[in-house]
Ligand binder design. Structure first.
Ligand code: PA5
Length: 471
């Protein structure tokens, strides 16, 4: 089976706070209403992440470009942040062999290493620039808006380095940005830099299946057609309004219900798979930035997603999940078949702490620990569900990402918020732009509350500082 969702431990009697038999009819009705609200918006064309057939021409350009430059680069460095970086990181972990960047060129079959610079910490950028050979490096600058200060600052640093080494920008840069607007598009046109389009109706955190994720993936040899085919199969399987036949709807509805009716608004995503471990931070951004909003009644709503990884975090966060506040759900994410399992050798026969492990496999141990943690949580009355994917290949990973994007869209309707915007991050951006002297700052604040605070001087009034110095 390709994908399964086991929700037993979100229900009663497995956990006392779970869904009871006579709750299902109301939940199904609530889901149908949410589905209807999503359908109305979908008809306006806002959910472009689903329109993968329409994006096939741009996908073909990505594939052709990757083929054209194959062998030219040893390193691909992605510059981007938020929805413009987390997808590439998740795809790298899931679909390139482990320790990819540490392998030799032969072990990588000539394919390039993949670095993702998703911050402006000078330490990291300096570190990466010091280990790549610029003449053999392609920098992929990803910004849908073309106006994100962190990404543009990284670009300026890189562009200067390329110029200082006398390298042709058009051979060492590729952009992923809006098809028409923004600074990156203008620079691409001016300098003949290859540029790929993020469709205007595909939001940043929903963009992994556009060139935002597929360009870095294809450059490293990942099968992006299989990725998108798996996603389309999942999309088609999650379009209906019958709760028990829609895995995205069931995930969203049970999470919303746990929050709204059982006070469980902390949603842990816990892959028991190193291939899928970076799916958790990708999901965290999707769930947090899409759902943490002011709702239709002016209420502050939204779940708090938490990234965790099994079995590692059994020795860290699981204590909290078991005995801390009963405000969490845990979603276990597991892979049915792992291509490279390792048998545990039968050594140390005289040591009973070790001897029993011999003959099992590491994959089996991971899976047993996943099931045991779920059972332990249920015995402590803590709800969980388990998503299982058949394999960590491109088809399944595409399907899994679409599953979670569909669930987020539906959860937006359940929480009665717009999952596609992020008004809450604007103020911080504007304040930073003001301090840095952005020329459009004055115009950009006129529509916000900040304008009146600036006019009245309230924003610049000193606040008494409380700070202590140690040492
Ligand atoms: O999900 C989102 O919309 C954001 O996280 C953006 O991806 C992030 O702010 C980067 O934006 P951009 O791609 O325009 O540089």
């Amino acid at each position: 089976m390709a994908f399964t969702l086991d929700v037993t431990s979100m229900t009663e009697p497995a956990v006392p706070s779970g869904v009871r038999d006579d709750d299902w009819a109301a939940l199904a009705e609530r889901f149908r209403a949410a589905h209807q609200a999503v359908s109305v918006i979908a008809a306006t064309g806002l959910y472009g992440y689903r329109e993968l057939e329409r994006q096939s021409a741009e996908r073909a350009r990505v594939t052709a470009f990757a083929a054209e430059v194959a062998g030219r680069y040893d390193d691909i460095v992605v510059l981007g942040i938020g929805g413009s970086s987390l997808g590439a990181i998740a795809l790298r972990s899931a679909l390139l062999p482990a320790a990819w960047n540490a392998r030799t060129t032969t072990e990588r079959s000539g394919r390039p290493r993949l670095h993702v610079l998703d911050n402006v910490d000078p330490r990291t950028i300096t570190g990466v620039l010091s280990v790549v050979a610029l003449p053999r490096t392609l920098f992929v600058v990803i910004s849908k808006s073309g106006g994100t200060v962190e990404t543009l600052a990284q670009y300026l640093v890189v562009r200067d380095r390329l110029a200082r080494e006398g390298l042709d920008a058009a051979r060492h840069l590729a952009f992923v940005t809006d098809p028409v607007t923004g600074a990156l598009r203008a620079i691409a046109v001016r300098d003949g830099i290859p540029a790929f389009a993020v469709p205007p109706n595909v939001g940043g955190r929903f963009s992994v299946l556009s060139p935002v994720g597929t360009l870095p993936a294809a450059l490293c040899g990942i099968d992006i057609e299989a990725l998108c085919t798996g996603a389309m199969v999942m999309r088609d399987a999650t379009m209906g309004d019958d709760l028990m036949r829609n895995a995205a709807g069931l995930f969203a509805t049970l999470q919303w219900r746990a929050h709204a009716q059982a006070g469980q608004g902390q949603h842990v995503m816990m892959p028991y798979s190193d291939a899928l471990r970076d799916l958790a931070p990708w999901f965290v951004q999707l769930w947090a930035e899409s759902l943490g909003k002011v709702d239709a009644d002016g209420m502050h709503v939204g779940p708090t997603p938490i990234a965790s990884v099994g079995a590692t975090d059994q020795h860290s966060q699981v204590q909290l999940f078991m005995e801390g506040p009963a405000d969490k759900t845990v979603t276990f994410l597991r892979v049915e078949a792992s291509a490279d399992d390792v048998e545990i050798p039968r050594l140390e026969a005289g040591e009973k702490a070790l001897a029993f492990l011999g003959g099992h496999t590491l994959g089996e141990l991971l899976d047993v620990e996943c099931r045991a943690t779920a059972r332990a949580l249920a015995r402590a009355g803590r709800p969980s569900m388990t998503m299982t994917v058949g394999a960590s290949d491109a088809w399944h990973v595409g399907g899994l990402m679409m599953w979670l994007m569909q669930a987020t869209t539906l959860a937006g309707a359940l929480y009665r918020v717009n999952p596609l915007d992020q008004p809450g991050v604007e103020l911080g951006k504007r304040l930073a732009n003001r301090e840095l002297g952005h020329p459009d700052f004055a115009a950009s604040v006129l529509t916000s509350d900040l304008a009146s605070d600036l006019a009245s001087g309230a924003e610049d009034r000193p606040v008494p500082t409380r700070r202590i110095r140690v040492g």
